[in-house]
Structure formats: C-alpha cells, structure tokens
Design a protein. Structure first.
Length: 412
C-alpha cells in the first residue's frame, strides 16, 4: 500500500545523491520507490546517474521538465529506443514510436482511425456487454485474482477485437506483451535476449499469417488490415512489422490492464473516495483520470539528446540518455495539488503525464479511458462490493508499473 513517506527517514536518504539509481526494478516491485523520487524532486530534479545496469542516464523527475523534454522531439529523440534498456542490435525492432517525422506521422496515421471518436462510439456497446458478462461471471464469497479474471480478460478481449485476432487464442496477446516488456534476467522465465526473440518470432509468424489473409482481401477496420493496405506500412520489413505489433499490443494492454487493477486497489485503500463515487456516479470520468494518474502504468519513457542542451539548469550532452519518469512527475506537488493523495474530484484532474505529450502521446488513450469508465459504471450499477483481501503482487519492472495478482472477494 502506498504511504506518504518522510524521505528524510526513508532509505532513500541514506544513499549519497551521486550514487542514487532509481532504475532498480525491485523498488518498483516492493513499492518502495516513492521516497527515492521524492528526494530527487526536492534535491536534484534533473539527476545524472553515472553507474547503473543500463549505463549512465539522466533522470527527469519534475512535471514541467518532463513536458519540456517530451514536447521537443527535435532535441530529444526516440530513435535509439523508448525504454531505459539498450536492446542489443541483433534483437532490435523498429516501430513508429522510435521514429521522427514524417515517417512517424505516416505510420501513426495508419492505425489511429481505429481509436477515432466515431469508432469508439461503435465499440462502446460491445465493451459494455463484455464488462457485464465478466462481472456477472465472477465468484461470490470466494477469493479470486482480479488481475486475471477482470483486468487481463477485458483488455485481451479488446485487443483481439482491434486486431480481429482469433478470439480463442486471445491470451497469446497477453503473453507476448509480457515477454516484450520483460528485461531478460538469470533465473526468470525470460532469461536471455535469445529466448525473448524466439518467443516474439512466434508472435511474428502468427501475425504474418493474418497479414497474408488481410492483404488479399478487401480493407477492413482492424489493425492488421489497416497496416496491410496502407502505403506507409504495407512494404515494411518483418522486423518493423513485429516492432509495430509489439508497440500496439503493449500499448493496448498495459495501460488499461494495470489501471483497472490499480483503480480497485486505490478505492479499497481510500474508502472515502469510493463512497464519494457511489454517492455521485457522475464522478466516474474524473475518477478514471485520477486512477490513471495515481497508477501511472508506464513508469518512464526514454529519449537521447540529439544536441547539447540545458534541462533544469543542467548541461545535457549530445548522445546522453534522458529518462522521463512519468511516475515521479505525476507526484509533483508544484503542479498537482496534494499530489501524493488519491482524490477523484480534484481540480484539473486530467492534468497528468501518464499518456505522455508531444508527437508520441499515447494514440489509444481515449479507448483506455472508455474501458475504465464503463467498468466503473457497471460496478456501481451492479452495486458490487469488491474487497481486496490480500497484498497486491507487483511486477519487477521499471517500465511497466503493474501487477501480476490482486486477491479480492465479492460478497453475495
């Protein structure tokens, strides 16, 4: 459970500032990262870490500095990658999030119609039916894992629809998403880059079969058909096709999936906010924005400086790795009042960093919000009392800020 931390007595204060490395995945897994970011925001908001498992990097930890970096794609380039990890060359995959204009815009425009307002209107009734079916099928008076039964199931069904992917195989999408964001570690299921690439090659093979079907058929409103028929994407190399698949799968999975889990956790941790929502269901949209801010499902995005520049008074050299910690900027109380608190009706509730800014802002953000909105509307309508009955299990990642399990129980 996230607590307000006095950083002066927290372990974060005992480390010399020059040695402080906020990239350690275990601190995200055990939820002890908050004091480290609080210290950096107070003492060194643009902080250089010389020695880390990912090499030297700058941490950008305050809201306004993050917006400055995120909106200046000419100086801060995504072309070397968007995570703190430097992927070995032979395992590298290109995708449009790692491109600048004009190619970025051409490929992004290829897929963006699927989340345009008119298509979201068409999807709304489908999402609502699925949410009701999922909620109706949950056990009563018995413990179960909310992540598996609700968060993963709802988002995977939606992904299968967006890709027009065989519904019976939809859990493969979750599996490939988890593999794609895994940092290979000894002793873990993904223990080498070779193993990761081998599994993602299976993903490519599966989708290549779908591509070959769609390219020889009339264009349809699904992501594979859109890419197969667009001049911007129909001639890409297989590795670039895979890169875009990974981008769309992870983007369509992790933001919504982990905000669904985080939202339920936060409402249990802050029962006064849940009462506020039950008393006034019109606050659902506001609550969704606050859930996404408070969770920050993508903890960071990385850029590299394309030229010497200044950020927050610090000299950043050309080629330097620059990491925007959205998870920290979303707790910056200079911009967000009482940022450490979960408040569903706060002022300027949409003023958060979770979807990024600039040309790389999350293309599916409105679909993520719609799924969360419908879920909470249906929970309130059904008067479901979902109680968290154990500690959440978080994943060991400094990129995806998420959960593998949340034990809950619904009273009959």
């Amino acid at each position: 459970m996230t607590q307000l931390v006095d950083y002066r007595t927290d372990g974060a204060f005992k480390i010399p500032l020059s040695n402080l490395d906020v990239s350690e995945a275990k601190r995200f897994q055990d939820d002890s990262i908050w004091g480290y970011f609080e210290r950096l925001r107070r003492e060194d908001p643009v902080h250089y870490c010389q020695d880390s498992p990912y090499g030297p990097y700058w941490s950008i930890t305050k809201y306004r500095d993050i917006v400055e970096v995120d909106t200046n794609h000419k100086i801060f380039s995504s072309e070397q990658g968007v995570t703190i990890v430097d992927v070995p060359d032979r395992h590298w995959t290109q995708s449009f999030i790692k491109m600048g204009p004009p190619k970025h815009r051409e490929q992004r425009d290829t897929v963006s119609p699927i989340v345009a307002p008119e298509n979201l209107t068409k999807l709304e009734s489908l999402i609502r039916r699925r949410v009701r079916t999922i909620l109706d099928g949950l056990p009563r008076n018995d413990d179960f894992n909310w992540v598996d039964r609700v968060s993963i199931e709802l988002t995977t069904q939606m992904l299968a629809t967006l890709f027009d992917f065989p519904f019976e195989d939809r859990r493969l999408l979750t599996y490939w998403s988890d593999v794609a964001v895994a940092m290979p570690r000894t002793g873990q299921p993904i223990d080498s880059w070779d193993k990761r690439s081998a599994i993602l090659s299976e993903c490519l093979d599966y989708f290549t079969g779908l591509w070959n079907e769609r390219i020889n058929a009339e264009p349809r409103m699904d992501l594979i058909s859109m890419m197969a028929h667009s001049p911007a994407t129909r001639h890409v190399e297989p590795s670039e096709f895979l890169g875009n698949l990974i981008l769309l799968i992870v983007g369509g999975n992790d933001t919504t999936r982990n905000s669904i889990t985080g939202g339920l956790l936060f409402m249990n941790q802050h029962p006064s906010e849940l009462r506020k929502l039950r008393d006034n269901p019109k606050l659902v949209s506001s609550a969704v924005s606050e859930i996404i801010r408070y969770q920050t499902p993508i903890a960071h995005m990385r850029r590299n400086a394309a030229a010497d520049t200044i950020v927050g008074g610090k000299q950043v050299r050309k080629g330097d790795k620059v990491v925007m910690w959205y998870i920290s900027g979303n707790r910056d109380d200079e911009v967000i009042e009482n940022a450490e608190r979960f408040v569903i009706d706060r002022r300027n509730v949409r003023q958060h960093l979770s979807f990024g800014f600039g040309i790389h802002r999350c293309v599916g953000r409105h679909l993520a919000e719609l799924q969360l909105k419908i879920l909470w509307e249906e929970i309130l309508k059904a008067r479901l009392e979902v109680e968290v009955v154990g500690e959440p299990e978080r994943i060991a990642s400094n990129f995806v800020h998420g959960y593998s399990a949340l034990p809950v129980r619904i009273a009959a």
